[in-house]
Ligand binder design. Sequence first.
Ligand code: AGV
Ligand code: CA
Length: 312
Amino acid sequence: MRNVYFNHDGSVDDLVSLLLLLQMPDVTLTGVGVVGADSYLEPALAASRKIIDRFGHGVQLNVAASNSRGVHPFPKEWRLDAFSLDALPILNEAGTINTPIASKPAHLDLIDKLQETEGKTTLVMTGPLTDLARALTVDPTITAKIDKLYWMGGTFDGRGNVAEPEQDGTTEWNAFWDPQAVKTVWDSAIAIQMVGLESTRQVPLTPAIRQHWALQRQHPAIDFIGQGYALVPALQHFETNSTYFLWDVLATVASESPAVVTTKEVTSDVLTTGPGRGRTFEIPDGRPVTLVTTVDHDAFFKRIDELAILAD
Ligand code: AGV
Ligand code: CA
């Protein structure tokens, strides 16, 4: 069994990632932290607790609320999705929430869970790196307890997904939210596998994928995934600022099933100031990172099905 601590930021694919982590046969989830970055905190926290109640096979977990604040807030329209997801009937049949909120804020909960868990823990992070950066500042010895960080964020091809004023279009949103946090984590000794935008472009949310899930509604977790992604309909004729990819789910599934992706070693750095702040870029003698380069599209979606069906 592998210990995994999951820190996410409450968007649809973050919460689907949580659902899938709860199904992974060789994963012991030791903790969950939620940051209100691409979400509002309250509904993201509530939805996380309900997903653990409904799909967690009785696991005893608590969920830590982050008090981290970003430098560049996510668009409100995106953050509102967490309210809709939290209101889905499938999460509200029980009428009560059993999974408690952790007593400490997420960055301190992360330290506690790492230190009290025997052996090493794998980190999966599908939002900004702020909680990890703060944890490293409070207690740098956690590095020895972290096996590897799987992070969805950044991009190396110069094509960002932030459409905001006063930036140059080269940065990915999770990195842009808190560029300095990326730098702090880059400056640590933690082994990093990164899913950036270049690989996630191979797994867009398409009408065919939605239909594939629609035909498997008899499985509650696949029904939940389909309903969740119904909250983010995209213009399907060309890529826009609202086109959805399976960003976080790719990072999460790749942490469990390495065969669905190919990777290469890069050395890199991150900008923290200027119009490209948040941009991750390759540089000789930079920080080593394992970058996901390609995805076996069909194997990836098949693994999602297999995991979701385990929730039946
Ligand atoms: O940049 C990708 C990150 C992922 O962690 N998030 C969404 C995923 O959870 C930000 C984001 C980029 N484009 C978006 C995003 C969109 N169109 N809607 C919502 N969030
Ligand atoms: Ca996310």
